[in-house]
Design a protein around this ligand. Structure first.
Ligand code: NDP
Length: 296
């Protein structure tokens, strides 16, 4: 069994991002910029946003965060996105999910200039992804998984991949990326969700499993074929009295019992997690290049 280490793969992506930022600054006199909007005080979201801004700054980018209160209005958030859409120093805009319940998240995403949509959530970019037009952005977490497969030179062509979960953020784009034409793709993908029958058998027949359902340690030993590749996107908190915090993070895969059967497996934490932010910053560089007609 080989561990797929997110830290190693993300470091190589970030290394390239840093180099690209330097080239853009030196050759074109432009600093790629990423600004993040966060509404409300969800502690996990606050941590994610802080990390994104810090990492962007570390890469030599311009970065800033805009904090709105829990009571923010649709008008206020749309007004801010409009301002960022028109700010030439901002190449990428990210609105941290989830916003407070009074906000219609869909219309906020729709209001982001597609050229600045570094999360790749805007319908324009989702459509481009679906038709295989890849001169724009790819969604961060699924594209991070693809980068891991490539980094470890994992054969995917003709393989049966089972994607667990059908969210717009992970499951659906994951299915599209794995089934598209090309190297480290060309898989035959089965997408499973909460209404899937025979889900265990489906998983047990998979060469590659990508788990993204948000159910702690859901994928058990009997659901994994000998030699399968298992990618665990899940990040779940479970109680753990032995920890100071009272909890620990686990994935959607029962790692301790599944790992031995796998040819490759991602840990949680330290697997897919670090990839998301690396791919986000890569998208911010792409956004800058798109807006200024720069070819790297
Ligand atoms: P969502 O809650 O949006 O979607 C969950 C999906 O899993 C749904 O399609 C749901 O089915 C399906 N599902 C839920 N329970 C079951 C079950 N028992 N059997 C089969 N399918 C089930 O989650 P996300 O896609 O946003 O996130 C999934 C996980 O990935 C979470 O743990 C999240 O924290 C993590 N995540 C990690 C990221 C990273 O950077 N590593 C980034 C984004 C997410 P249905 O549609 O039928 O309801």
């Amino acid at each position: 069994m080989q561990l797929i280490e997110g830290k190693v793969v993300s470091a190589s992506v970030l290394d390239q991002v840093k180099k690209d930022v330097e080239i853009i600054k030196e050759k074109h006199g432009i600093t790629p910029g990423l600004e993040v909007v966060i509404a409300g005080d969800d502690p996990a979201s606050q941590v994610y946003v802080r990390n994104k801004v810090l990492k962007a700054t570390e890469m030599g980018m311009h970065s800033a965060k805009h904090e709105l209160s829990n009571e923010t209005t649709q008008e206020e958030i749309l007004g801010l996105v409009d301002k960022l859409n028109n700010d030439p120093k901002v190449h990428g805009i990210l609105v941290q999910s989830p916003p407070p319940p009074q906000i219609d998240e869909r219309s906020v995403i729709d209001s982001i200039n597609p050229q600045k949509d570094v999360d790749c959530f805007h319908p324009y970019n989702v459509g481009k992804l679906l038709i295989g037009d890849e001169d724009g952005f790819l969604p961060c977490t699924p594209n991070g998984v693809m980068a891991m497969l490539e980094h470890y030179d994992i054969e995917t062509s003709g393989k049966h991949a089972v994607v667990l979960g059908r969210s717009n953020i992970v499951g659906k784009p994951m299915m599209v990326l794995m089934s598209r034409k090309g190297k480290y793709a060309n898989s035959t993908v089965t997408m499973c969700h909460s209404r899937t029958q025979n889900l265990e058998e489906m998983c047990a027949s998979a060469d590659i499993i990508v788990a993204a359902i948000g159910v702690p340690q859901f994928v058990k030993e009997n659901m994994v074929k000998e030699g399968a590749v298992v990618i665990d996107v899940g990040i779940n908190r479970i109680e753990d009295a032995s920890k100071k915090s009272g909890f620990r993070l686990v994935g959607d895969v029962d790692f301790d019992n599944v790992a031995e059967k796998c040819s490759y497996i991602t840990p949680v934490p330290g697997g897919v997690g670090p990839m998301t932010i690396a791919m986000l910053l890569k998208n911010a560089v792409t956004a800058c290049c798109l807006q200024h007609g720069i070819t790297l």
